[in-house]
Design a protein around this ligand. Structure first.
Ligand code: AMP
Length: 112
């Protein structure tokens, strides 16, 4: 098993666990880009969102992301990022959602 997030799920690499259920694990990012930076991932290995993702799992990932935002008291807002593939800037090939907040984030898309 050479996937770093699979090793985190298995407890072989230490992590700061924020929330966990039978399908999903949320941990703090080791290089946080904002006061809150949590990664929400499926426990079972899935390379990216480009794979066939079970609808129940996809829904659970989104729900856990929103729960993490509530737990972290991000009432003023937060951002969800899912880097996918090489051009998407994905470094770890195990699907994960970045929940980022706790400060005002710069715009990523041009304003219309
Ligand atoms: P991505 O570029 O979307 O694949 O993001 C991968 C993220 O995983 C980066 O923000 C890294 O800082 C984070 N990361 C890598 N290794 C670890 C680790 N052992 N524990 C927590 N976060 C990690």
């Amino acid at each position: 098993m050479d996937c770093v997030f699979c090793q985190i799920v298995a407890g072989k690499i230490p992590s700061q666990r924020v929330r966990e259920d039978e399908l999903v694990l949320a941990i703090r990012d080791i290089r946080p880009q904002a006061p809150t930076h949590v990664l929400v991932m499926p426990k079972a290995h899935l390379a990216s969102l480009a794979e066939e993702v079970d609808e129940r799992l996809a829904g659970r990932l989104l729900r856990v992301a929103a729960e993490v935002a509530r737990m972290e008291k991000l009432e003023k807002g937060w951002r969800l990022i899912v880097n996918t593939g090489e051009h998407g800037g994905q470094e770890v090939a195990h699907l994960h959602l970045h929940v980022i907040g706790g400060r005002r984030l710069g715009r990523m898309l041009p304003q219309s």
